[in-house]
Design a protein around this ligand. Structure first.
Ligand SMILES: Nc1ncnc2c1ncn2[C@@H]1O[C@H](COP(=O)(O)OP(=O)(O)OP(=O)(O)O)[C@@H](O)[C@H]1O
Length: 308
């Protein structure tokens, strides 16, 4: 990857010449994780998204391959959720095209799993935890469940995988934010999707469950050669899994591996100010981000921009 491809362009424009079409391929016929060359799970061409005179991104050419773990990072309001909504086809692009799971976005939902950004269920929501997960298996079908036992067994398995068995029969509105979030993950992976879109799936989770859920999503990726598009403020919990990062900030973006994008030079250029990036015990520490952006602290660190 040339340095030039990571050099900032103003605004929202990146020379993707070394990244377009197939992303960073280890071999001509192989995907990022060694999968056979197939149609990309996600394909954007000349994609732009703007609200009024505010452009979130433009000139985005990107292929995400089956089996790739693709993280979307950036400060509040940079357009991460809007990126996922464009992939889902619920937000029309301002220009360009987007395909997902082999079809224009919004045309077919099959093969796509989605973990929406967390919003609490109303306390009186008439669904138990296991009902919610069951909807991920056969929620698109009407009428009686023909394979009731098989579905029940699958629900039990999914609940176990996200550590939610003990509250299987509790109404979802009575569960904590983190407990609800684990159910959303179970629901999204129930149908073994080809593309898994995750909007901040680790929010509200404690460290143990952050690790468990990240691992679960990665297992899903490996088992089905699924592409994962993972929106997050915090890359460290998923650093071991991530192949590439799309970093959005202030109408600009960069795409590359974490070691290419998460650098002092690239983030300083994206934010238009000095941002320090370092690695400490295998974690990426970013210091000096502008307001409204996640701050990463080390014990005894006083270099951030917040008032003491
Ligand atoms: N339908 C819409 N109409 C107008 N503006 C919108 C619309 N949807 C999103 N925006 C604006 O686009 C910007 C990006 O929003 P988005 O939710 O994608 O950001 P985000 O990066 O996911 O933020 P956060 O980290 O806070 O969740 C915000 O300023 C938001 O107000």
């Amino acid at each position: 990857m040339s340095q030039e491809s990571l050099t900032p362009h103003a605004p929202a424009r990146l020379d993707l010449s070394v990244m377009t079409a197939a992303g960073p391929q280890p071999a001509a016929s192989q995907g990022p994780r060694g999968s056979r060359e197939t149609a990309p799970a996600v394909r954007l061409r000349g994609a732009s998204l703007a609200f009024g005179d505010r452009t979130l991104w433009s000139g985005l050419d990107l292929d995400i391959q089956p089996g790739e773990f693709f993280a979307v990072l950036g400060p509040n309001g940079s357009g991460k959720t809007s990126f996922l909504k464009a992939l889902l086809g619920v937000l029309p692009l301002s220009s360009g095209t987007v395909e997902i799971a082999g079809h224009p976005a919004g045309q077919r939902g099959e093969g796509i799993g989605y973990i929406p950004q967390q919003r609490a269920f109303a306390p009186d929501t008439p669904l138990r935890a296991r009902d919610l997960v069951g909807l991920g298996i056969d929620g698109h079908r009407w009428g009686f469940r023909l394979r009731r036992r098989a579905v029940d067994a699958q629900v039990d398995d999914l609940l176990g995988r996200v550590g939610a068995r003990e509250y299987a029969k509790v109404p979802v509105g009575q569960l904590s934010g983190g407990e609800q979030q684990r159910l959303r993950v179970a629901q999204a992976i129930a149908d073994s999707p080809r593309v898994l879109l995750c909007d901040e799936p680790l929010l509200s989770l404690d460290l143990n469950h952050q690790q468990a859920v990240s691992q679960l999503i990665d297992d899903q990726r490996r088992a089905n050669d699924a592409a994962v598009v993972f929106v997050t403020h915090e890359i460290n919990p998923i650093l071991d899994y991530v192949d590439r990062v799309l970093y959005l900030a202030d109408g600009r973006f960069r795409i590359g591996s974490p070691s290419e994008v998460m650098t002092t030079e690239v983030l300083s250029a994206l934010y238009g100010g000095r941002v320090e990036v370092s690695r400490v015990n295998g974690r990426i520490v970013v210091v000096g981000l502008p307001d409204a952006t996640t701050h990463y602290h080390l014990p005894g660190d006083h270099h951030d921009t917040e008032p003491a």
